[in-house]
Write a protein that binds this ligand. Structure first.
Ligand SMILES: [Zn+2]
Length: 320
């Protein structure tokens, strides 16, 4: 029997030891190479596109010979105005790609010896970078499974029975409950969205799945509408989970990872950011057979490609 990928040496191509042993200059070089791949890491002015620059090495800045603009490797990217060393940034990325079910921010801040707030914002910026690869706008093809799973809005029962309420009733809901609707190609991408009810998935499928695809869904009645646009396999989960190849097991396994992440690591997340945890989880799912060194490079490269984050730049300064 072939060795399971995650247990093989081929899955381990990056370690914290190698990052810290190579040091700050090597980490900086990785960021330069990912920012400017076409010039193999030689700086290109983001303002005028000029390749001729003065290198202000002491401050790790560049000055354009053409227009005089001063910039750094992270200017205009998601890591703009970073204060962390490049070596720690790379270590953070390594820790995050290794955590296949996510990582709590307390743990990340302890591992990196940084403030909780720093870890929180950094991880969210990395999720934005990952989301670029998930939310591509391209339609899904082939055999696509669809399903929804509800997150959040837990109502804690009161201590004494006399004070307990019927938690199913609308007036007792917290308003924080959301559904993650995911579509997953059997041999490829995972595409999640967040909504208020699972029935919204029909519109999402119409917008994001190729008409030539076959879809799989469970017995929930709102999926009946999918038959209008697609060839659909249905499986009745109250009777069987897999009926001669008709199943939604791939999308269920995505939800299992997401639930482990949200409930096991983060102990519940804000509905405002649930879509980013779903994107993070989808990214891990789609890269589950990628070695960790390549995963880290993909994240750095996406981050160097991602614009300054409107959500996370100066987040705590605004909150204060
Ligand atoms: Zn310039």
């Amino acid at each position: 029997m072939a060795q399971q990928f995650l247990l093989s040496a081929a899955s381990r191509t990056l370690s914290l030891r190698s990052i810290y042993k190579a040091g700050e200059d090597a980490a900086y070089k990785v960021f330069c190479e990912m920012r400017w791949p076409e010039t193999e890491g030689e700086a290109v002015c983001p303002r005028c596109g000029c390749c001729e620059t003065y290198n202000i090495t002491t401050r790790r800045k560049f000055k354009c010979k053409g227009c005089g603009h001063q910039f750094s490797v992270t200017s205009g990217t998601i890591f703009a105005s970073r204060k962390m060393d490049f070596v720690d940034l790379l270590a953070a990325i390594c820790l995050i790609v290794n955590a296949s079910k996510g990582m709590s921010m307390v743990q990340l801040s302890r591992d990196l010896d940084c403030q909780y707030k720093t870890a929180f914002v950094l991880a969210h910026k990395l999720r934005e970078a990952m989301a670029q690869e998930i939310q591509t706008g391209e339609v899904l093809e082939g055999h696509v499974e669809i399903d929804g799973a509800y997150f959040g809005g837990h109502i804690r029962p009161a201590n004494e029975k006399i004070n307990r309420v019927d938690r199913r009733k609308k007036e007792h809901q917290t308003g924080k409950r959301r559904v993650v609707i995911a579509m997953r190609e059997r041999e490829g991408r995972t595409l999640p969205f967040v909504g208020m009810s699972e029935a919204e998935g029909v519109t999402l499928a119409n917008e994001n799945v190729s008409r030539l695809s076959t879809m799989s869904a469970d017995e929930a009645s709102h999926w009946d509408l999918l038959h209008k646009g697609f060839d659909v396999d249905r499986v009745n989960h109250s009777e069987v989970y897999s009926d001669h190849g008709k199943h939604t097991n791939m999308v269920e396994s995505f939800f299992s990872r997401l639930r482990n992440m949200v409930e096991g690591q983060h102990h519940g997340v804000s509905p405002k950011y649930l879509h980013q945890y779903a994107n993070h989880s989808a990214w891990l799912e789609d890269n589950r057979r990628t070695d960790n060194g390549t995963m880290a490079k993909i994240v750095v490269s996406n981050a160097m490609d991602a614009p300054v984050s409107r959500n996370w730049k100066g987040y705590w300064q605004r909150a204060a």
